[in-house]
Design a protein around this ligand. Structure first.
Ligand SMILES: Nc1ncnc2c1ncn2[C@@H]1O[C@H](COP(=O)(O)OP(=O)(O)OP(=O)(O)O)[C@@H](O)[C@H]1O
Ligand SMILES: [Mg+2]
Length: 427
């Protein structure tokens, strides 16, 4: 399963320049773990970080202009870090699978002279087999919609400086044959609001770009609300929970039919967490809608989702996500603790980790949290602390950067309680 090893955000809301994990030119940094949690006080940028992933996924799906306006973001000027003039930039360092050579994706979004957001730069790079240092080879370079793409699954454009790249681009445009130009193609995009990886990633001759596009398309960002889970969807099995959770019943229908054993595991787990729940199933109404039924051991008649508590619906939704037979590569949740009983949190965190690191090849999990009980189940290298710097922008540190904290956790002290006791505050 693909894994993100590092992520850098520049000029996105409170995140003027924040890096998590390893980047191609920062090999000294430790990659982010399969399970990652971000903590910090109110207003330090946790939701901004969560939304950085959401924004990137939206850019791919909807184009950059629509993404700037979507989900109440309020347009480019309101997402660009206050007082900054430069582009909003992202860098992802990721591996397609355990032994793959990491790929770097860089994206810059800026405003054109008419005030419209557009893709100003995009680049994909990967080191050649056996190449341990130096610049990775680029296999996609776009500047304002113009650029070059390298065909196939291996190598890419080699260059030492931007001038060499410009020379290659010029040679290609003029039709001059060089060793590199045989593999390289000049590309020009028509719509500067669409990502190059969206357009080129749909072509068979660019397998690495397609794989990267599929990777981002597969991200799952949970915006689950219990009220959405109480809606009455039309009957019909569906594989994956929607981002708000309004198809909870449809997913139950699917799992009951296709994966009865997994579904039994989910029921067993929910019974351990929520007192009284014995059975969950679905009922089709005469007009083709789907009711989700919860059988409580104290009562003969079932309860329907509309009557169930917020926390019950939430725990059930998380269990469905964790038992997804074909999980997404990357799974983000904001404050999963909201509305849950405190004693459930440590086991929930442990279940997220088990899913992320399990041999079944689960999703990489990214959560933001305010809950020390949740953090108690985590290791120092899995936890990142956001803080507001003197300039009003976010700074990030890893709990494992604190030797004292690392040692105390080794001695058996839970990380959440150290956080609670201010051991994770700025030095
Ligand atoms: N364009 C921007 N430039 C600079 N700062 C911004 C910008 N947009 C929002 N902010 C600031 O970013 C802060 C962080 O907000 P965010 O929602 O990410 O915090 P949070 O850590 O999720 O807080 P909470 O724990 O309360 O949910 C906001 O309080 C706001 O002051
Ligand atoms: Mg928040």
């Amino acid at each position: 399963m693909a894994k993100i090893e590092g992520f850098r955000v520049i000029n996105f809301k409170a995140l003027k320049d924040v890096t998590l994990g390893r980047l191609w030119n920062r090999q000294d940094l430790e990659p982010i773990t399969p399970m990652t949690a971000v903590i910090g006080k109110n207003g330090v940028g946790k939701s901004s970080l969560f939304d950085a992933f959401g924004f990137l996924a939206d850019c791919l799906k909807k184009g950059v202009e629509e993404a700037c306006d979507a989900r109440g973001r309020g347009g480019f000027e309101s997402i660009r870090s206050k007082g900054q003039q430069g582009p909003v930039e992202f860098e992802i360092y990721y591996k397609e699978h355990g032994n793959a050579r990491p790929i770097t994706y860089e994206l810059s979004i800026d405003l054109d002279p008419y005030g419209r957001p557009f893709v100003s730069k995009e680049r994909l790079r990967q080191r050649r087999k056996g190449q341990s240092h130096g610049r990775p080879f680029s296999f996609l370079i776009l500047n304002k919609g113009q650029g070059m793409v390298w065909k196939g699954e291996k190598d890419g454009m080699q260059y030492d400086d931007e001038q060499e790249l410009m020379d290659l681009f010029q040679a290609l445009k003029e039709g001059t044959q060089t060793e590199e130009s045989k593999e390289t193609e000049v590309v020009e995009l028509e719509d500067l609001r669409k990502l190059g990886i969206a357009t080129l990633g749909s072509l068979k001759q660019h397998p690495r770009i397609s794989a990267f596009r599929r990777f981002i398309e597969g991200w799952y960002l949970s915006y689950f609300t219990p009220d959405a889970a109480r809606s009455l969807p039309l009957a019909g099995p569906q594989k994956r929970l929607s981002v708000h959770g309004d198809n909870l019943g449809n997913v139950v229908q699917y799992l009951e039919r296709e994966y009865p054993n997994r579904f039994k595991t989910i029921l067993k787990k929910i019974a351990e967490k929520i007192p009284g729940i014995r059975k969950i199933d679905t009922e089709r109404t005469k007009d083709g809608r789907l009711l989700l039924r919860f059988n409580d051991q104290g009562f003969n008649d079932p309860f329907y989702a509309q009557q169930m508590s917020d926390g019950t619906l939430k725990v059930f939704a998380y269990l469905l996500l964790l038992e997804d037979p074909s999980p997404p590569p990357f799974f983000c949740i904001e404050e999963p603790e909201n509305g849950l009983y405190h004693k459930l949190l440590e086991s929930l965190a442990a279940e997220f980790r088990e899913h992320a690191t399990g041999r079944k090849g689960g999703s990489q999990v990214f959560v933001t949290t305010h809950q020390p009980y949740f953090v108690d189940a985590l290791e120092p290298n899995e936890v990142w602390i956001l803080e507001k710097g003197a300039d009003g922008f976010s700074e990030i540190r890893r709990a494992s950067d604190y030797e004292l904290v690392k040692n105390m956790v080794k001695e058996g002290l839970p990380l959440g309680s150290l956080w609670y006791s201010d051991y994770l505050d700025a030095r």
